[in-house]
Design a protein around this ligand. Structure first.
Ligand code: SF4
Length: 301
């Protein structure tokens, strides 16, 4: 069995928090004007201006978000979508509110497609206090006219990285994207995600000749990710690269967050298992029992 993440250099702070389960995930809108053939966003969410935090619907904004961050004991937030930049005023409002409420060390990162960058939105983001912006692009033509905008984010002190799916047959294009961004000194890290097959993209992917594998990702995707990572590190050894597997999202990130939430909320007669689920015990007592790596620990409340 292969590792959950392949890290070349250092992990971006946003990724570290995800893996530790200390970061919540906000789906801030399903809106996005693009139509990437590999888009994994469910068709129930895509194109609709709806919000979910850790997959719980946000009805009262921003109160439901604050409640969930407190319940999960998070010290950071990942903002995804759709494309969050479509609702940039909402992003900016939230970043300022969370930094005021939890302090400047509360880490916030977001994802956006290069094609959706525009001067107005970038200007607002640059002064928002957001910590990290991950730019998505799978072809250098998608960066046309956008480098100046990405430079504004970098110059504002925001950590900027490239985030791409490990797309078989797009290896050379993705490498050229990395080359353009690194050559212009615009990014410090690259995040490569194993390409997940979802009900939203399976038809497109199979029509294009991609093959769904037994682990829920596209066959050959992980190999592409690892080849890209090695090549990027060989050419630009100062750039940090992380290859994030599908299993990492399911097991490490979701499980770690669930584990943390249940540790915080479990009662004395409950055992929180490695995968984050809770098991009831027969007797009540003033202790929390943890089972980690096959060993059981007893912690007094
Ligand atoms: S930019 Fe992201 S949300 Fe928009 S279509 Fe592409 S993959 Fe989907």
């Amino acid at each position: 069995m292969h590792p959950l993440n392949f890290v070349f250099g250092e992990l971006a702070r946003g990724c570290r928090q995800c893996l530790l389960g200390t970061k919540s995930v906000l789906f801030i809108t399903g809106l996005c004007p693009l139509n990437c053939f590999y888009c994994p966003v469910s068709r129930e969410r895509f194109g609709r201006d709806i919000m979910f935090i850790n997959d719980r619907p946000v009805i009262r904004f921003p109160d439901d978000i604050i409640d969930e961050l407190d319940r999960a004991g998070s010290n950071g937030l990942a903002i995804s979508g759709g494309d969050p930049i479509v609702v940039v005023d909402r992003v900016v409002y939230l970043v300022k509110l969370l930094k005021e409420s939890y302090g400047p060390s509360f880490h916030i990162h977001m994802y956006t497609h290069a094609l959706n960058l525009n001067r107005d939105a970038v200007g607002k983001l640059a002064s928002s206090g957001i910590d990290e912006v991950r730019i998505h692009a799978i072809s250098p033509t998608q960066l046309s006219g956008k480098l100046e905008l990405i430079r504004i984010l970098r110059d504002a002190g925001i950590g900027v990285g490239l985030e791409v799916p490990a797309l078989p047959r797009f290896e050379n294009e993705i490498l050229k994207v990395a080359e353009t961004l690194i050559g212009n000194g615009l990014i410090t890290f690259v995040n490569i995600n194993e390409l997940d097959v979802s009900p939203a993209n399976i038809d497109n992917l199979t029509r294009m000749g991609y093959v769904p594998g037994p682990n829920g990702s596209v066959v050959g995707s992980l190999d592409v990710g690892l080849r890209l990572a090695s090549e990027i590190r060989r050419r630009w050894p100062w750039v940090n690269v992380n290859v994030c597997t599908s299993r990492s999202k399911d097991i490490a990130q979701l499980g770690a967050r669930l584990f943390r939430i249940n540790i915080r909320s479990s009662r004395g007669n409950e055992v929180v298992l490695d995968d984050g689920t809770v098991e009831q015990q027969g007797s009540k007592g003033p202790v929390i029992k943890l089972r980690i790596g096959g060993r059981e620990y007893t912690v007094e409340e």
